[in-house]
Design a protein around this ligand. Structure first.
Ligand SMILES: Cc1cn([C@H]2C[C@H](O)[C@@H](COP(=O)(O)OP(=O)(O)O[C@H]3O[C@@H](C)C(=O)[C@@H](O)[C@H]3O)O2)c(=O)[nH]c1=O
Length: 182
């Protein structure tokens, strides 16, 4: 596998090795020893999988007191994935990065704890699978507004299908003022 840094410190793009033969293909999506160099001492304690139709936008989510690192991969379809650096001591605090991830691109994303995360589905449907370094704690979850003008995220054009939680996300300034950053 090849590991690439991104514009946000600690966020890494991983190109997976795919083995093709007459039956199809094979890839390793996680290997504790090899990923130690990518995720450091973090340990994964929960695996998630979401299925979404075209135009679904999930996010931007994070946990405040128990931030989750996420190792994410698209196993079907194509998404525009977004991370926002919410680490107050980071030189890239408040900056976002977006990238297209597709199942046939065999790319993984490592998002360290302390980022808000969201995704927008570009294909008819998409399956997104990710490992988390902490368990889901709904009481600790916060939702950063996907279209906060202060962030000015350049989401792809198209209709957006949102949950009511995500329609009512808070701005970065509001979350900051309320002490609800990681
Ligand atoms: C995230 C999550 C949700 N759920 C439940 C709660 C709810 O009934 C249903 C759907 O929850 P949500 O609407 O929060 O699902 P979703 O919008 O897919 O939430 C996810 O969004 C992406 C962008 C992330 O980065 C994830 O960390 C997570 O926040 O699933 C769990 O049981 N465990 C979990 O870990």
């Amino acid at each position: 596998m090849k590991v690439h840094d991104t514009a946000l410190a600690g966020v890494k793009r991983i190109e997976l090795e795919v083995y093709h033969d007459e039956r199809g293909s094979f890839l390793e999506s996680y290997h504790a020893q090899r990923y130690a160099a990518v995720v450091g001492t973090h340990r994964f304690v929960q695996d998630n999988c979401s299925y979404s139709g075209r135009g679904v936008l999930r996010g931007l989510h994070y946990q405040v007191k128990h931030p989750q690192g996420k190792l994410l991969r698209v196993s079907q379809g194509e998404i525009f994935d977004v991370v926002v650096d919410l680490r107050r001591d980071s030189s890239t605090f408040g900056r976002w990065e977006g990238m297209v991830l597709a199942a046939d691109g065999h790319t993984q994303l490592w998002i360290p704890p302390g980022f808000a995360h969201g995704l927008y589905v570009l294909s008819d449907s998409a399956v997104v699978e990710y490992k988390c370094t902490d368990i889901y704690r709904p009481d600790d979850e916060a939702c950063l507004r996907w279209n906060d003008p202060e962030l000015a995220i350049a989401w792809p054009e198209g209709a957006k299908v949102l949950s009511s939680k995500d329609r009512n996300g808070a701005s970065l300034t509001q979350l900051h003022e309320e002490g609800r950053l990681p």
